[in-house]
Design a binder for this molecule. Sequence first.
Ligand SMILES: NC(=O)c1ccc[n+]([C@@H]2O[C@H](COP(=O)([O-])OP(=O)(O)OC[C@H]3O[C@@H](n4cnc5c(N)ncnc54)[C@H](OP(=O)(O)O)[C@@H]3O)[C@@H](O)[C@H]2O)c1
Length: 180
Amino acid sequence: MTNPDDIGGLVGYIEYTFGKLDVLVNNAGIALEWDGRPTDADKVRRTIEVNLIAPYAITEALVPLLSRSEDARVINQSSMLGSIGNAENAWDQVSTFMAVGYSTSKAGLNMLTVMQSKTLASKGIAVAAAHPGWVKTDLGTQAAPMEVDLGASTVVNLVTIARDQFPHGQLMHKGKRMPW
Ligand SMILES: NC(=O)c1ccc[n+]([C@@H]2O[C@H](COP(=O)([O-])OP(=O)(O)OC[C@H]3O[C@@H](n4cnc5c(N)ncnc54)[C@H](OP(=O)(O)O)[C@@H]3O)[C@@H](O)[C@H]2O)c1
């Protein structure tokens, strides 16, 4: 995600193999600060690098291939922990998960989503963000209530929904619009 040579290799592979790209899901993310130890500037920097800067760089690199698709979509895997509109509620309910790097990186990803939805519209590329829910993964831990297939359903819906119903420039969870 963060190595420019790897990103260049990805672009070359997709161009050589498929000649275009229909869907980009920026899913990979990290939560380094949930290790029970105090956060610090290095953890914040590394988290923002993976969760925000990498999705920006990868999407930018793939815009030419996305532009060749007749139904191009970019889906940024975000989190309600990055929602400023829901921050007061989140603080009351799950403040232990609201780490500086993780929440600000996802808030930044939300803003990136809005900006990409504006700048990429003229190239025919639709952009939305997804909140999967609290899901049983390495990141979500086995304490999470949602199984992986249900957690993936928001992104799957955004990949498969009819083009004219795609929630361009919105943050979505299980088919519903969430506050930024
Ligand atoms: N699980 C939840 O409850 C939850 C809730 C809200 C949002 N999310 C978001 O959903 C997304 C997926 O999370 P998850 O729960 O599936 O987490 P996960 O189980 O920890 O998986 C994260 C994935 O990201 C990859 N990754 C991390 N850093 C990378 C890098 N620098 N380069 C390439 N790949 C990298 C990991 O690859 P390796 O295994 O090779 O390291 C792994 O496949 C994340 O963006 C997360 O913030 C998850």
